[in-house]
Design a protein around this ligand. Structure first.
Ligand code: HEM
Length: 206
C-alpha cells in the first residue's frame, strides 16, 4: 500500500516537531545549567551531532523510499536537508561567537591550519550551496546541473563524519559507528562513485 499525501504531511509534521523539540531540549539544558563544566563545548557538540543526524537521515530517505516502494517519501529530503543546514549554521555560530568571540581572522587561520576544521568548513560550504539551490525556481533553471550539484551531498556527509572522527581525542566508538553508517549509506550510491572513477580514468588516458 502506497502512503497518501495526508500521511506525508504527518511525516513532515513529525520532522518539524522533532527539530523544534531538539532546540527546546537544548534550551532546557542551558536554562537549567545541565551542560556540565564546559557548556560552550557541549553546545558545539550537541549542535554538530544533531546536524550530522539530520544529514544521515536525509541520505537514508532514497534507499528507504526505493526499498519500501514509497516514492512520496522522497519529498521529505529537502526538509531534512534544510534542517541539517540550520543545525550546522547554529553549530558554526556558537563556535564563532562563544568560543572565538567573532575573531574572523583567527577563525580562517584555524580552518587552514587544522584539517578537521577544513573538512567541517568544506561540508558546511556544500550544505550552503545545496540550501541556496533547493528552491524550485532554481531547480528548474539549473536543469541537469542541479542534479550534479546535489550529488555533492555525498561529499558533505563524508567530510562531516571525518570532521567528527578527527575532532575527538578519546572515545572513538561513537564516531566509528557514524563513519560505518555513512559508508553504508554511500555504498548505496556506488554507481555515482564508479562513474566518477570512470570519468577520471578516461581523462588521464586522453
Ligand atoms: C565551518 C564549519 C564548522 C566548524 C568551524 C566546526 C567546528 C567544530 C568544532 C570546534 C568542534 C568541536 C571539536 C572539539 O571538541 O574540540 C566540532 C565538532 C563536531 N562537528 Fe563541527 N564544525 C563545522 C561544520 C560541521 C558540519 C557541517 C557538521 C555536520 C553536518 C559538523 C558536525 C560536527 C560533529 C558531529 C562534531 C562532534 C560532536 C561531538 O564530539 O559530540 N560540523 N565542530
Amino acid at each position: 500500500m502506497k502512503i497518501s499525501v495526508k500521511a506525508l504531511l504527518l511525516i513532515k509534521t513529525i520532522i518539524h516537531l522533532s527539530a523544534f523539540g531538539t532546540i527546546f531540549y537544548l534550551y532546557y539544558l542551558i536554562d537549567l545549567d545541565l551542560l556540565g563544566a564546559d557548556p560552550v563545548k557541549e553546545m558545539i557538540h550537541f549542535l554538530g551531532k544533531t546536524a550530522l543526524n539530520f544529514l544521515l537521515l536525509t541520505l537514508l530517505v532514497t534507499p528507504l523510499a526505493k526499498g519500501l516502494k514509497q516514492p512520496l517519501l522522497m519529498r521529505t529530503r529537502r526538509l531534512l536537508g534544510l534542517y541539517c543546514f540550520a543545525w550546522a549554521c547554529l553549530h558554526l555560530t556558537v563556535f564563532l561567537w562563544l568560543e572565538l568571540n567573532w575573531q574572523l581572522a583567527f577563525f580562517i587561520d584555524e580552518v587552514i591550519k587544522r584539517p578537521y576544521l577544513t573538512l567541517g568548513a568544506g561540508a558546511w560550504l556544500i550544505l550552503l550551496l545545496l540550501a541556496i539551490t533547493s528552491v524550485n525556481v532554481l531547480k528548474k533553471k539549473m536543469k541537469k546541473a542541479w542534479f550534479t550539484l546535489h550529488r555533492f551531498v555525498y561529499w558533505a556527509v563524508l567530510f562531516a563524519v571525518i570532521h567528527y572522527y578527527w575532532s575527538v581525542k578519546s572515545g572513538l566508538i561513537e564516531p566509528t559507528i557514524y563513519l560505518l553508517i555513512c559508508l553504508l549509506l554511500l555504498a548505496q550510491r556506488k554507481d555515482y562513485f564508479k562513474s566518477l572513477l570512470f570519468k577520471s580514468r578516461s581523462k588521464i588516458r586522453k
